[in-house]
Design a protein around this ligand. Structure first.
Ligand SMILES: NC(=O)c1ccc[n+]([C@@H]2O[C@H](COP(=O)([O-])OP(=O)(O)OC[C@H]3O[C@@H](n4cnc5c(N)ncnc54)[C@H](O)[C@@H]3O)[C@@H](O)[C@H]2O)c1
Length: 311
């Protein structure tokens, strides 16, 4: 009886199933199969890869001269994005950025990375950059706020004001200004969008043996910023999620591991997978978050940390 009912869906059920995603060009999955069962003119085709595709889309990523920001920019370009504006501090991009841009050209992808030297702590600069991108490209589809800093160990009772302010300025204010720069354009174009704020597992737990008060505090703030923005922007179909990596070897963590190689083993032993993460292990999750494949995900924190939080 149940099978019969599923095999012959009513028009209302079909409509509900096929309209679950505002951005989906055509029904997919079970809804598509049910349509095909009803309408012989409806041709089935696999859609799962196209749900992750970013064809012709435009985005902004901060901290993308190197490290996780650059890794994520490259994966989003491979997923089909037209132009990804990569913001970072140095006046000119570094060797890693050039290597990635060259590799994308070699792969004959239509998309490209565009380097922009800017400081995410400057709100007006970031807003004006977002506007310029919107005016030039006529759209703004995704944003990844990845710029962040981590300072040396500092005793919490001695924590100096200047250091606290520096970290909060980049890791909290800068993340907000980056999200605003893209979000204001998404709102202007009225087609929704996806904003990913890079937090850290350090926003939800304290790394044992590390006196990183300002960093941990700033990352907790990013988690709540993501939830708050998601709630305000949901009605505009602008999704906001946070991405919380665990220990991944980049310049940021190299500053500690290279001085104390034993840290590598210590950190690895603290997660069930028993190893540090690689930057490329964020490629899938950021592509999922930026694309329509995550169209019903907002206000969430996605932990990618080898299971560190589970112990
Ligand atoms: N590597 C890890 O294990 C790890 C873990 C959790 C979270 N994260 C987060 O991921 C993000 C990227 O970190 P990463 O490991 O790639 O570090 P990274 O130091 O390699 O990259 C950070 C980038 O941000 C840029 N940046 C710093 N201040 C800026 C500013 N004011 N304006 C513009 N750009 C600025 C830096 O120049 C650098 O290119 C950070 O937010 C970090 O907190 C990293």
């Amino acid at each position: 009886m149940l099978l019969t009912r599923l095999a012959r869906p009513t028009t209302r059920v079909l409509h509900r199933l096929s309209s679950t995603s505002a951005t989906q060009p055509r029904p997919s999955g079970v809804a598509a199969a049910l349509l095909a069962a009803k309408d012989p003119n409806f041709t089935m085709a696999p859609t799962i890869h196209s749900e992750f595709a970013l064809n012709d889309r435009v985005g902004l990523i901060s901290g993308a001269n190197r490290g996780l920001g650059l890794e994520m920019a490259m994966s989003l370009a491979e997923a089909g994005a037209r132009t990804i504006y990569c913001v970072d501090l140095p006046p000119h991009p570094g060797a890693e950025f050039h290597a990635v841009s060259a590799a994308l050209r070699t792969m004959r992808l239509s998309g490209k990375l565009e380097y922009v030297s800017a400081d995410v702590t400057q709100q007006e600069t970031m807003w004006s950059l977002g506007k310029q991108i919107g005016e030039k490209e006529g759209r703004m589809d995704f944003c990844v706020a990845a710029a962040g800093i981590l300072r040396e160990h500092t005793d919490c009772l001695e924590y100096p004001r200047g250091q606290m302010e520096d970290v909060m300025r980049v890791n909290v204010n800068g993340v907000l200004y980056t999200a605003q720069a893209a979000g204001r354009e998404m709102e202007r174009f009225g087609k929704g969008g996806s904003i990913v704020l890079v937090a850290s597992m350090s926003g939800s737990l304290t790394n044992r043996g590390h006196a990183w008060l300002s960093y941990n505090t700033s990352k907790s703030a990013v988690l709540q910023m993501g939830r708050s923005m998601a709630c305000e922007l949901g009605s505009k179909n602008i999704r906001v999620n946070t991405l919380s990596p665990g220990h991944i070897y980049t310049s940021m963590t190299a500053a500690f591991i290279d001085k104390q190689p034993e840290l590598s083993e210590k950190w690895a032993s603290m997660n069930p997978l028993g190893r540090l993460g690689r930057p490329d292990e964020l490629r899938g999750v950021v592509t999922w978050l930026a694309s329509d494949a995550s169209s019903y995900c907002t206000g969430s924190d996605i932990l990618v940390n080898g299971g560190h939080h589970a112990w």
